[in-house]
Design a binder for this molecule. Structure first.
Ligand SMILES: O=C(O)CCC(=O)C(=O)O
Ligand SMILES: [Fe+2]
Length: 296
């Protein structure tokens, strides 16, 4: 007899059964304790050849959208092209991106973190070559100010499409347990090498899933090994705090130009991006600032 067998929690019981059947309770415990976990490929219930198709689809989409050729991802550097505005909105490029977004283990862990009403917020690639630098510590839960608690308001479920064997491969790095701080990093806390917070790298085989509470502080180490690190980033959100009416899409620009306070309160300066290819950095920065100060 387990608690789920009582059938008293209809939103939770089926999820608990899946987590038990798929041997995921250790990962749930890591998500609660550390705010991040890596699920190995053999637990991911993905179809045969999934990660090879995923990596190929990312590389092919990069090539089609930039016009640059990648060569051998195991050995070659990343072509030096501007990828600004090219890396998002992948879902219609290849069905493997839908498979990645709707994988049953991804969804079980996403629903553990963000509930059964979690919504898919976007997918983007990370392609990182030997000259790929570090990324400072940050929270992905943009806009959630100090005091927002420790539940996951959003989460990041990233597929490793190449092996992350060690910190030299330029992986994502985490401050374990930082989701309990309930706020984003301040500028002096975010710089890797200077921050007093201890970080740990994600290590895992291609086909693993790295999933974290969006509030867990993370960044990335520089890559020093040859070839490419390939990752599919996926964001999922709790569905609350939405506007009833999408004024932003409706009100004419000349009206907004004449009424700057209206422009501000309809959230025009914030995401979602107007361009599905985002990201629009000007729309991210004010939300990230709001993650450090309840009055921002
Ligand atoms: O792994 C990385 O390079 C950084 C990833 C990151 O910050 C994210 O996906 O939110
Ligand atoms: Fe991030």
């Amino acid at each position: 007899m387990t608690m789920a067998d009582y059938g008293a929690a209809p939103n939770l019981d089926p999820l608990m059964r899946d987590l038990a059947a798929w041997d995921l309770f250790g990962h749930v415990a890591e998500l609660e304790a550390y705010g991040v976990t890596v699920v190995p490929p053999e637990k991911m219930r993905a179809s045969e050849g999934f990660v090879d198709r995923l990596r190929d689809a990312i590389l092919r989409t990069f090539e089609t959208r930039t016009g640059a050729r990648i060569g051998d991802w195991r050995t070659d550097p990343l072509p030096r092209v501007n990828t600004q505005g090219k890396g998002w909105d992948l879902i219609e490029e290849d069905e493997v991106f839908i498979e990645a977004a709707t994988n049953p283990v991804v969804l079980a862990l996403v629903r553990w973190l963000c509930g059964g009403s979690a919504v898919f917020g976007g997918q983007t690639w990370i392609l990182k070559g030997p000259d790929g630098g570090a990324l400072g510590l940050h929270s992905d839960s943009h806009g959630l100010p100090p005091g927002s608690g420790t539940i996951a308001h959003m989460c990041n479920a990233s597929w490793l499409a190449t092996d992350y064997a060690g910190v030299e491969d330029g992986p994502t790095v985490f401050v374990p347990g930082s989701h309990h701080y309930g706020r984003a990093t301040l500028p002096h806390e975010g710089r890797l090498g200077e921050t007093p917070f201890r970080t740990v790298p994600i290590i895992g085989k291609a086909g693993s899933l790295a999933i974290w509470n969006g509030a867990t502080w993370h960044g990335a180490a520089p890559r020093t090994t040859p070839g490419l690190r390939v990752t599919l980033v996926q964001n999922y959100f709790r569905p609350y705090m939405r506007t009833m009416i999408n004024y932003r899409g409706r009100l004419p620009q000349d009206l907004l130009d004449r009424h700057p306070e209206l422009d501000r309160i309809i959230g025009r300066p914030l995401y979602p991006y107007d361009d599905p290819q985002g990201p629009e950095p000007d729309r991210i920065a004010p939300l990230m600032r709001a993650g450090t100060d309840p009055f921002a």
